[in-house]
Design a binder for this molecule. Structure first.
Ligand code: NAD
Length: 420
């Protein structure tokens, strides 16, 4: 989706707006305007038919002043340098905004995972991890799942990384990745964390706006990890799902789509197309759904100046990273639509990743109730801070979230300085 847009230019525009507003120190502005490290690896992998294929993998480490680099690994055919740089910078802002001791990074491999067998995906993941070598590490740079990867890929990454150490040191490196399966050191609640965090955030926001989730209507783009969990939890709060779009098509049912039932269908069929309890609709009709809330949870730049006018929702809650272009956002704001920004709304994922990292570090296993309680507390705290900042600065939600995050990093740099 990002082929039309240079995602890093978009991220830089957002950063500049916040930097201007807080009159950011020029030294800090210069440092934060580019990632600290840009790692690109070309690595060969044996295919099932015995041939060798070269893959391009990225790991962009944007900033580590707030803690170790942290961010997901994406497998998608459109992965490119500008995209990964933007995604890495958003991770820096997200960790700073949430107040969790991580920096920002992102990685990816340019491929469509649907084109490969499970064995090939395993070899690709292991070869990529090996090619990254010591550029990742449990106290240095900690990957997690993103689009096209999940717990399965994280376990392969963990296992490959662990093999690089003596047997006696291996266990201490388990937390080199988060988003693992439970049996391999993952955290309860990590699978639903991003969707859960989005709803915890909207609990606070909706209360502040005098809006009742119960009885409201919503529609979702992307029905993968983030979209499906957000939809199921919104539904459990009494909201009705009216339409869904993913890479296979768009479906609608104005009487409501059962999000749990649709998730079971997607798990089996790979997409929403052909779901029997809804009708197929065109993409323009999907964006024009008459509902209170739109949750974009697919890829970046899906909401742009050509389709923004179709949106009739009061709230856009960004489950995806960078789904709204700055032009579309400006127009939405002008007509009173609230856009709750990605670095706040989808930060539940990195927050529970942090809990997983802490559990691994301390050899602890937290109950799901504790994970949810802590996530709720941190989402509430960050959401309230953003609402207060908007009020104080009279600015839009994204600018408020960005000024808080960038302002915290500015404080760190001012205290630490740079060496030498
Ligand atoms: P996923 O791979 O589980 O799901 C991606 C979804 O996007 C799928 O439903 C897919 O069909 C849909 N999609 C892909 N291409 C599309 C297209 N061209 N048109 C419409 N739909 C399309 O990925 P995910 O983990 O749910 O991530 C979704 C978004 O949320 C990404 O922007 C990601 O960076 C962001 N995010 C994910 C997490 C996480 O914990 N997984 C955390 C924060 C942010």
């Amino acid at each position: 989706m990002s082929a039309r847009f240079n995602l890093f230019e978009m991220a830089s525009t957002q950063f500049a707006q916040a930097a201007d507003l807080i009159n950011l120190d020029p030294m800090v502005r210069t440092i934060l305007s580019e990632p600290q490290n840009e790692i690109i690896v070309n690595f060969p992998v044996v295919m099932d038919n015995g041939t060798h294929r070269l893959f391009k993998g990225y790991r962009i480490q944007h900033n580590s002043t707030h803690g170790p680099y942290k961010g997901g690994i994406r497998y998608h055919e459109s992965v490119n340098l500008a995209e990964v740089k933007a995604l890495a910078s958003w991770m820096t802002w997200k960790s700073a905004l949430m107040g969790i001791p991580f920096g920002g990074a992102k990685g990816g491999v340019t491929l469509n995972p649907r084109d490969f067998s499970v064995n090939e995906l395993q070899r690709i993941t292991r070869r990529f991890t090996y090619a990254l070598g010591n550029n990742i590490g449990p106290e240095y740079d900690i990957p997690a799942p993103d689009v096209g990867t999940g717990a399965r890929e994280m376990v392969w990454m963990m296992d490959t990384y662990m093999q690089m150490f003596n047997a006696s040191d291996r266990n201490a490196t388990r937390r080199v990745v988060t988003g693992k399966t439970i049996i391999n050191g993952g955290s309860l609640g990590r699978d639903k964390a991003t969707g859960q965090g989005l709803v915890f955030c909207f609990d606070v926001w909706s209360k502040h706006a005098g809006f009742d989730i119960k009885g409201s209507t919503f529609f979702v783009q992307g029905f993968g990890n983030v979209g499906s969990h957000a939809a199921r939890i919104m539904q459990s709060r009494g909201a009705r799902l009216l339409s869904v779009n993913d890479h296979t098509g768009s479906i609608a049912n104005l009487d409501g789509i059962d999000a749990d039932d649709l998730a079971a269908y997607v798990a089996q069929k790979g997409g929403v197309k052909g779901y029997p309890r809804a009708k197929e609709i065109a993409l323009t009709e999907f964006f024009h759904t008459k509902a209170d809330i739109f949750i974009p949870a697919a890829l970046e730049c899906s909401l742009h100046e050509d389709n923004e006018s179709l949106i009739r929702a009061k709230f856009v809650i960004e489950g995806a990273n960078g789904p709204t272009t700055p032009e579309a956002e400006e127009r939405l704001a002008a007509r009173g639509v609230t856009v709750i920004p990605d670095i706040l709304a989808n930060s539940g994922g990195v927050t529970v990743s942090y809990f997983e990292w802490v559990q691994n570090k301390n050899s602890e296993i937290w109950e799901l109730e504790k994970v949810d309680e802590e996530l709720d507390r941190l989402m509430k705290r960050a959401t309230q801070c953003v609402l207060d900042e908007m009020d104080a600065r009279k600015c839009q939600p994204r600018t408020a979230a960005m000024t808080l995050a960038v302002g915290r990093l500015e404080k760190i740099y001012k205290e630490r300085g740079i060496f030498p």
